[in-house]
Write a new protein. Structure first.
Length: 408
């Protein structure tokens, strides 16, 4: 017997696994080359065209690396291109966005208390915002403002703050953070696809044709690569944030997201300075700690919503609520789960519902049918350590309820 809920959950797990693996490969190579580039040193007898070199040791061997700002006089027979890590990360990330937030739009993407829109409309807004982000960013970089990298970075930060606020006015807090990450990651991957790699290909083509490559191509690619370097750490925070409602489900979630970008800048500035041997700016760690304390303080204000007149249910949730077994399921969930999954959790020391999931009302339980089935029916993941003593019979009831509705 094939259980589609279980199969789909494993599909999501597999896509997430691929996304993490490819992201590690991309981020790892990005961090390495930035550190390498900043650590290069010039010596008098270097080959013509070489701008710097570095000796490194790893895995028992020594590596001698030289960098050419444009390219060497003769192209080597073997040339390794670093691009597929970026493309695979974006493709797997978009697949994960589709598997979780598009397929489960009614539950994870749309929050009627934020903005009451249809799932289809929310998906279209999601797709449009991600695509438009790259266009706006690219136009700014190509404009006269792009000449001054400091002013450009400040302007781009303003765009990210605006998007952080905008996403929290459109989607659920969890989806807003993930979309801000996807918005930024799309800019990063598009930098590789549309600027960095094509510019390098033009340089290679010029060399093969016996022409002098345009140095501006390398400078443009370098600018985009630097932007990618400073955006990496905030993206990691945003992608991990869906496990922490203190970040995405509080009143000032958009401010928290905005401050995270500043933390990314301070941390990367420290490591970039160290790699370039240009100083030891320990003040960046103090600045980062202060920003983090501010974020913790902001998270102490719960997110407030206007009181809903009627708690509407999606068509799927209505089917689960109409089941003859639902009253018993609701009683079981209320007794075993709602002590934590509540607007005001009764569990000592818990101030917000885990992952922002509420299971107090019939509508909330019906909407979360699939999650309840997977976490408390098929597996014993919930309640944690079975602290509320959910009985085997109650788990079987949840299984029977879900399967009866799905197979109807």
């Amino acid at each position: 017997m094939f259980d589609l809920a279980i199969i789909w959950d494993w599909v999501g797990f597999a896509v997430r696994w691929v996304h993490v693996i490819t992201a590690i490969a991309w981020i790892g190579s990005s961090f390495y080359f930035i550190a390498l580039d900043l650590g290069l040193r010039k010596r008098p007898d270097m080959p013509e065209g070489a701008s710097g070199e570095e000796w490194q040791v790893h895995g028992g061997g020594f590596y001698h690396i030289q960098k050419y700002m444009v390219a060497p006089e003769r192209m080597p027979d073997h040339l390794t291109w670093f691009k597929w890590e970026s493309y695979a990360t974006w493709l797997s990330g978009f697949a994960l966005l589709a598997v979780i937030y598009y397929v489960g739009a009614d539950l994870y993407l749309v929050d009627p208390q934020v903005l009451d829109i249809s799932a289809g409309t929310a998906i279209l807004i999601s797709l449009a915002s991600i695509g438009v982000g790259w266009v706006v960013y690219d136009l700014l970089c190509r404009s006269p403002l792009g000449v001054d990298n400091t002013k450009l970075m400040i302007l781009l930060y303003g765009v990210l703050v605006a998007m952080a606020w905008g996403y929290t006015q459109l989607f659920s807090g969890r989806a807003a953070f993930v979309h801000l990450g996807a918005f930024t990651a799309t800019i990063m991957s598009a930098n590789v696809f549309f600027i960095i790699i094509p510019n390098q290909e033009k340089v290679v083509a010029s060399l093969k044709a016996g022409e002098a490559p345009d140095p501006a191509l390398g400078a443009q690619a370098k600018q985009r690569s630097t932007h990618n370097n400073y955006l990496t750490l905030p993206i990691l925070f945003l992608m991990l944030s869906n496990h922490y409602p203190l970040a995405f489900a509080t009143e000032y979630n958009w401010v928290i997201a905005s401050l995270v970008f500043l933390m990314g800048v301070t941390i990367r500035h420290y490591f970039n300075s160290k790699h370039a041997r240009s100083g030891d700016p320990v003040w960046t760690w103090l600045a980062t700690a202060i920003l983090f304390v501010i974020i913790m303080w902001l998270s102490m204000t719960p997110k407030s919503f206007p009181e809903a007149k009627d708690e509407a249910m999606s068509p799927t949730a209505q089917k689960f609520a109409a089941s003859k077994m639902f009253p018993d399921v609701h009683v079981a969930v209320a007794g075993r789960c709602a002590m934590c999954h509540a607007a005001e959790p009764a569990w000592e020391g818990m101030h917000w519902a885990p992952k922002g999931v509420l299971l107090e009302t019939e509508a909330q339980v019906a909407e979360r049918a699939r999650e309840i089935y997977l976490h408390a029916g098929v597996t014993n993941a919930m309640p944690p350590a079975n602290v509320s003593f959910m009985e085997p019979a109650e788990r079987k009831l949840i299984q029977a309820w879900y399967r009866e509705v799905v197979n109807r």
